[in-house]
Design a binder for this molecule. Structure first.
Ligand code: HEM
Length: 125
């Protein structure tokens, strides 16, 4: 939970610094990278995906997993459009697409973050 909180803070701070590319990019990349590594870690240590698929968790915990998964999937188009802007220098429609998916990712990640607290005590009883 501490790592998930740190990665959420990185992404939020990266969003706040969206007009300063030198801060925006490293902050969001560290946040996204940590999130992806965390999911891989949870999968290896706790078979998180199988647990989610079994529907053995409480509704709020299912919601946490659903929203966090949506956010994780949205990171990929966010990074695609972000790097495309950096490589081509193009802004226009690519920037519009980037902003759309990035804000959606942030929205679902933040909701997932709130619902994460329904997981409290699940593994550290
Ligand atoms: C969840 C993560 C992210 C969020 C919430 C986010 C959000 C945003 C937003 C809202 C803007 C528009 C700023 C404005 O109004 O001018 C923006 C611009 C931009 N972002 Fe991101 N972003 C994210 C990830 C990334 C990543 C991973 C990259 C690059 C690899 C990236 C590269 C850029 C670039 C190049 C711009 C254009 C800045 C300019 O106008 O020159 N972003 N981002």
């Amino acid at each position: 939970m501490y790592i998930a909180t740190l990665s959420w803070l990185c992404i939020m701070l990266g969003y706040v610094k969206r007009y300063e590319l030198k801060k925006h990019i490293p902050l969001v990349l560290v946040g996204i990278g940590t999130d992806i590594l965390l999911v891989l870690y949870l999968e290896v240590t706790r078979s998180a995906i199988a647990t989610a698929a079994e529907f053995s968790l409480k509704p709020l915990q299912q919601i946490h997993i659903l929203f966090s998964t949506i956010a994780l999937l949205l990171y990929f188009p966010t990074m695609y459009y972000g790097f495309k802007m950096l490589i081509t220098g193009e802004r226009g429609s690519t920037k519009k697409a980037h902003m759309k998916v990035a804000k959606l990712a942030l929205f679902f990640r933040s909701l997932g973050f709130i619902f994460m607290f329904s997981m409290w005590g699940l593994h550290n009883k």
